[in-house]
Ligand binder design. Structure first.
Ligand SMILES: NC(=O)CC[C@H](N)C(=O)O
Length: 247
């Protein structure tokens, strides 16, 4: 066949790369590995079908399809992120629509505002990567001793494969460890789950004790709780679906 009788379609087909785009295969998902329960998230992502890499330096953000910010201590992750030069590169990527899932401390780091930020020795408040138009309150459910585990209704999970037999399809077994709650959200933020505050004033109304614990805003997903420690995999699968543009 000469170039004269090649149709446009043949030309396009011949020019197309032989391999499939990577997003159709396993997405490459990073776990921010500065502090916190990195390993548990890596396992959950791997189980969900992702190709997982641990990320510490800005150059390691290149070539990723998404990132998980684990639970741990948001002030420590903030300090280390600044020390490793991660703060601005990650903020820029988030602004460009890079998919990120943050759990617990990770949720705090995705919030545009922290109601009660910790301050360093010089009185400077902790910083966040931001991206979700919300205000979070740290340690809102209490201290370590007030940590609790409960079943949280989360209707968005109904369509996600892989709930454990102990769970109803539309709820998640959630562990809260010095967890934040979301105090307020902007108009573009979707509330995915709320939970009743376990320790509350008798006189409080139902609306007053319902606390937001999972949100989505565009390609950003955040939960107050830790799905990675109970064998729950659907939150990570939902995130992988978001990366693939399927959710
Ligand atoms: N389990 C967690 O990630 C706790 C978060 C922690 N209280 C913080 O402020 O960062």
């Amino acid at each position: 066949m000469t170039s004269e009788n090649m149709t446009e379609m043949t030309r396009a087909a011949m020019a197309a790369p032989a391999e499939q785009p990577r997003r159709l295969a396993a997405p490459r998902v990073g776990v921010l590995a500065l502090q916190g329960d990195v390993r548990e998230h890596a396992v959950a992502l791997h189980d969900g079908g992702a190709d997982v890499v641990k990320v510490r330096r800005p150059s390691e953000l290149d070539d990723l399809d998404g990132l998980v910010i684990p639970g741990g201590e948001s002030t420590a992750i903030d300090k280390l992120a600044r020390a490793f030069g991660m703060m601005d590169p990650l903020r820029e990527k988030i602004a460009q629509g890079f998919p990120v899932y943050g759990s617990c401390a990770g949720m705090i780091l995705l919030a545009d505002r922290v109601a009660d930020p910790a301050c360093d020795g010089a009185g400077r408040p902790q910083q966040t990567f931001g991206g979700i138009d919300m205000t979070v309150r740290r340690n809102a459910f209490g201290r370590q001793v007030d940590s609790f585990e409960t079943e949280v209704p989360m209707p968005i999970l109904a369509g996600v494969q892989g709930h454990s037999s102990a769970n109803e399809p539309e709820s998640v077994r959630a562990v809260f460890i010095r967890a934040p709650w979301v105090e307020s959200v902007g108009a573009g933020v979707q509330i995915l789950a709320s939970v009743n505050e376990p320790h509350h004033d008798e006189s409080a109304t139902e609306a007053e004790v319902a606390r937001i614990v999972a949100v989505r805003s565009g390609n950003l997903l955040a939960t107050s709780f830790h799905p990675e420690v109970t064998g729950e995999r659907r939150i990570h699968r939902l995130f992988i679906q978001m990366i693939r543009g399927e959710a």
